[in-house]
Write a protein that binds this ligand. Structure first.
Ligand code: IDP
Length: 229
């Protein structure tokens, strides 16, 4: 293909959060969808049933790319094997897809334990404030220690992005974001980075008022579609 064809080719983007529970993934995903009308797939909304759930999740993401330039693959993707599965399964259907990581940084090469404590504090506070407004975690009725246990599991299994090695070297771009920061701030970081690297996808940075409104609407809309018992 000529350089011109390459430049005008339809690009398809998959935004891949890499996170633990309570980092604000779904809130930011709603806000991005409000701003840009992209696809948004929530792993927690896929009923378990016949066939592997991970494959179904990837297939739904691929399907969204038929009508949207971008989709947010909303699950924790905190392990390399999950990222590899997602990238491989979507690429099978959408070979031109480009992958962008929304990396909620859990390791900073400085004092990881102190960082983990800050993340624990912030995410627990958010999850317990969320109460039962979630598909699988009922923070006000379930035993607190059980929920803390589930959240710890994600923290312990978390594998940071390694840009040099497979599978993370398949990411076109890695956007580092702060799990402890407000979702409003993280939204702005993401939008600015996307605008800088993909001006066709994000032709202009929305005004501060638009970013505020998108986050406010995300908090209001935040109601799980289905509830697992
Ligand atoms: P997750 O998808 O990463 O698990 P969310 O469900 O988006 O995280 O957020 C967890 C809870 O924290 C939700 O109740 C959400 O409304 C709340 N939350 C998200 N971002 C913020 C924030 O910036 N400040 C306060 N609460 C927030």
């Amino acid at each position: 293909r000529s350089a011109e064809e390459e430049a005008s080719a339809d690009r398809k983007f998959v935004l891949v959060p890499v996170a633990s529970i309570g980092c604000g993934k779904t809130t930011v995903a709603y806000a991005l969808t409000n701003l840009f009308n992209w696809g948004h797939r929530q792993n927690d909304n896929i009923p378990s049933g016949k066939g592997p759930k991970a494959r179904k999740f990837a297939d739904f993401c691929s399907a969204d790319l038929i009508h949207h330039p971008a989709v947010i693959a909303d699950r924790n993707n905190h392990q390399k094997r999950e990222r590899e599965q997602l990238i491989n399964d979507i690429s099978d259907h959408v070979p031109e897809a480009r992958f962008i990581a929304l990396h909620y940084v859990h390791y900073d090469d400085f004092d990881d334990e102190a960082l983990h404590d800050r993340i624990r504090k912030a995410t627990r506070e958010r999850v317990f404030a969320r109460g039962d407004n979630h598909q699988t975690i009922n923070a006000s009725s379930d035993d607190q220690s059980k929920i803390i246990g589930i959240m710890e599991g994600f923290m312990e299994r978390f594998q940071p992005i390694d840009r040099e090695e497979k599978p993370d070297n398949a990411f076109d771009l890695v956007i580092d974001i702060d799990p402890v920061a407000d979702s409003r701030q993280n939204l702005e970081t993401i939008v600015k980075e996307l605008h800088k690297h993909y001006p066709k996808l994000v032709p202009e940075i929305p005004s501060p008022e638009k970013l505020d409104n998108a986050i406010r609407a995300a908090f209001e809309e935040y109601r799980p579609d289905i509830k697992h018992t």
